[in-house]
Design a protein around this ligand. Structure first.
Ligand code: DGJ
Length: 716
């Protein structure tokens, strides 16, 4: 009897285990991630890949530890490293419980892990989006030690792979040459894709990648994951191949200079890691991500987007209110919905006539705009278009009143010379007063001028020599807290202005991530708007972002290209203009006017349809892509020639994504006035089967470099 009581007492004291023998199944339509619990109570990743059936799942056992800790027996990169109050630098995480909640398309799975010796708990969260084949994961870390614990690594997720070969595709660049695509075979050791830039964090490297197993993937073949981190700050993906050719992928905040002292009972929540699994190449992975983005990832992802005329490339900072009102007329002539006033409208003590002055002083320049923004909003409205405005709220020029009034609001090192980037410094957004100031820039604008219908939020430098007066002895929290503070400000903005369209911009494509796109409706991919260059840049972004988020403006850059070519290139993204319409010839104006109408008509297909990249400009001297509406009744095909050489032979292109049974009319649109379709197949009807198996010759007639066609393919 006594023994029985002791046994009962032991059983009651032990943590309740939710059937550890059961695999934990995180599933989407076509993929499974299976986690099991080992005999030592550690959580294991037993499988990740193409969906398995119940019989196979029941046979799964073993695997690699799902969220590997530092300091125990692990000898490779850990997911988490923690130093306890007593100086012990190890952590052991044992499975305690898990639960899953299904809510329509989304299943949430939370797995609680605890250290048996130290009061530390880690919860791994997974959200699986069934129809989109996307899994999002992040981690909560908490402890009840007496003093803060030190964390030197705190990944969002860790995943394991077992293949013969691993092929990594990354997207890297610089100002005006963003997202160049490089695919390489990984070898033993660590490959890291990361940013240490703080603000404008994706300036050199975008937080996106493909990892293909066994062989490089193409558009339609190969097993791979596509991954991206929802974080507008320093990120890091490490790909480590161990001595047994296993690959360990760790994703999260870059721990560089970011040791984190976590106080007791405070939750450290990592950013979310988003992956999609595809066994049909990169094309399917892109379509999964695009669908997920429109449904869940981007603010108002399925909403309308306005066609806008911006004035940056047309005027830079030299304009006055009369010139702007003239530009409204030009916008009206073009048929756009909105005029966007860019940089240069503010500053009085230090007028913003160039990028050396005025940043931080968000009052209208009385010389340029004596009647103020309100007048511009009204004038635009009179002409029947809306008005939007550029802001760069996180920054300050030393030549500004803000700099003189609040020297303690600026990130800069003591005892060192100021290190300027584009003549400016970054504000200390970790300071709640600065957060109020930044929120106030938007809020004052919208309160004073409720007619303002669009904002472009710019961020023109990364962090260097960064030191926060507010964080005092917690300098190593700066990078993390900066991004969290940005989100706090955006939360406030979105609470008050839920659907106001805001473009995310960072000196070109320096901020392009789904952490920010929860708050923004589109992003500026590059200051390079040359049509030829844009084919490649938009191609790169298209792997991860849907067309309605990729701002693409027709400008005068690339003057050697026809206006039609530049327009056709912009049309495959979120088209807008930044050009002097009054310099157009009569034909060009007629063309552009029609182009805006055409764009509006086809944009439901390009914004919400499925993208098929048919011919890559990285492989041929042309790029061909098409969008197909969800019910397959309509498709829009873009055909761009880059540099054409005599040796080029452009073979037939097989279309994709159509219904083989349906009949489609193939018709060229967006023609320049007084030109006729050169393709003999124009206006003919074909079955989907013909278009997808035999294909079309898109290169009939004389092909010249930097020329283009847009085709509408409509079910009969
Ligand atoms: C950088 C942006 O990318 C440009 O489009 C323009 O807004 C300038 N900043 C203005 O300073």
């Amino acid at each position: 009897m006594r023994n029985l009581i002791i046994l009962l007492a032991i059983l009651c004291a032990a943590p309740v285990l939710a059937q550890p023998s059961l695999p934990i199944l995180i599933e989407t339509k076509n993929a499974s991630l299976v986690l099991t619990v080992g005999s030592n109570q550690r959580l294991l990743q037993s499988y990740l890949g193409k969906k398995t059936d119940a019989a196979s799942r029941s046979q799964l056992k073993g695997g690699r530890e799902a969220y590997i800790t530092a300091g125990m027996e692990n000898q490779f990169e850990p997911a988490i490293r923690m130093v306890h109050n007593d100086g012990n630098p190890s952590l052991e995480l044992k499975y305690v419980s898990h639960r899953s909640t299904v809510n329509g398309n989304i299943t949430a799975t939370d797995i609680l892990l605890k250290d048996p010796m130290y009061p530390v708990e880690v919860t791994l969260h997974y959200l699986s989006y069934f129809n989109e084949d996307v899994i999002k994961s992040w981690t909560d870390i908490r402890h009840q030690e007496k003093k803060p614990v030190l964390m030197t690594q705190y990944a969002s997720s860790m995943l394991h792979f077992n293949a013969n070969e691993y092929w990594l595709t990354q997207f890297h660049g610089d100002w005006a040459r963003e997202v160049n695509i490089v695919e390489e075979k990984l070898t033993n050791g660590i490959k890291s894709i990361e940013s240490k830039l703080g603000t404008r964090s994706n300036f050199y490297q975008s937080p996106i990648f493909f990892l293909s197993l066994d062989q490089p993937s193409d558009e339609n073949n190969g097993e791979l994951i596509a991954g991206t981190l929802n974080w507008t700050g320093n990120f890091q993906f490490t790909f480590e191949i161990d001595q047994r050719n296993g690959l360990r992928l760790r994703s999260g905040i870059n721990p560089y200079a970011s040791e984190y002292y976590l106080p007791p009972n405070e939750m450290f929540t990592t950013p979310e890691m988003v992956i999609t699994w595809s066994s049909q190449g990169k094309g399917q992975a892109s379509r999964n991500l695009h669908r997920w983005a429109r449904n869940y990832g981007v603010l108002d992802g399925k909403g309308q987007r306005m066609v806008l005329l911006n004035n940056w490339e047309a005027t830079h900072t030299s304009f006055n209110e009369n010139r702007l009102v003239e530009l409204f007329d030009e916008g009206k002539k073009l048929g756009v919905d909105l005029f966007l006033l860019d940089d240069g409208w503010f500053g009085n003590a230090f007028p913003r006539d160039d990028d050396k002055n005025g940043l931080g002083d968000w009052q209208e320049d009385k010389r340029k705009l004596p009647s103020g923004i309100g007048y511009l909003v009204k004038e635009a409205e009179k002409k029947g278009i809306k008005f939007g405005i550029w802001l760069e709220p996180e920054m300050v020029n030393p030549k500004s009143e803000l700099y003189r009034q609040h020297p303690d609001w600026i990130l800069r090192l003591p005892n060192r010379e100021e290190n300027l980037g584009r003549n400016q410094l970054v504000l200390d957004l970790t300071n709640p007063k600065v957060q109020d100031f930044v929120f106030g820039i938007v809020d004052n604008m919208m309160t004073k001028y409720p007619g303002v219908a669009f904002i472009k939020w710019d961020c023109n430098r990364s962090m260097t020599n960064a030191w926060s007066p507010y964080l005092k002895d917690k300098q190593s929290h700066l990078y993390v807290e900066y991004t969290r503070s940005l989100y706090k400000v955006m939360d406030r903005i979105r609470a008050k202005y839920p659907l106001l369209p805001i473009m995310l911009c960072a000196g070109g494509g320096g901020r392009t991530d789904y952490g920010a796109l929860k708050y923004f409706t589109e992003f500026w991919p590059s200051d390079n708007t040359d049509g030829l260059e844009r084919i490649f840049i938009q191609w790169g972004y298209s792997y991860f972002f849907p067309a309605n988020t990729i701002s693409a403006h027709v400008t005068s850059m690339g003057k050697q290209q026809s206006l039609k070519f530049r327009t056709d290139v912009a049309m495959s993204g979120k088209m807008g203009y930044d050009i002097r319409v009054n310099n157009f010839t009569e034909q060009e104006l007629r063309f552009s006017n029609e182009a805006v109408k055409t764009y509006k008509r086809i944009s439901d297909v390009t914004w919400s349809g499925d993208l098929y990249r048919l011919v890559s400009p990285y492989q041929e001297n042309r790029a061909v892509l098409m969008y197909v509406s969800e019910n397959k009744s309509k498709a829009i095909l873009f055909n761009y020639y880059t540099t054409v050489r005599r040796r080029d032979i452009f073979v037939k292109v097989k279309l994709q994504g159509l219904d083989p049974q349906k009949k489609y009319r193939f018709r060229e649109i967006d023609l320049f006035p007084d030109t006729k379709p050169a393709n003999p197949d124009n206006d003919k009807v074909f079955t989907g089967d013909y278009l997808m198996t035999v294909g079309l010759n898109l290169a009939s007639g004389k092909i010249t470099a930097m020329s283009s066609n847009v085709y509408e393919i409509t079910e009969e």
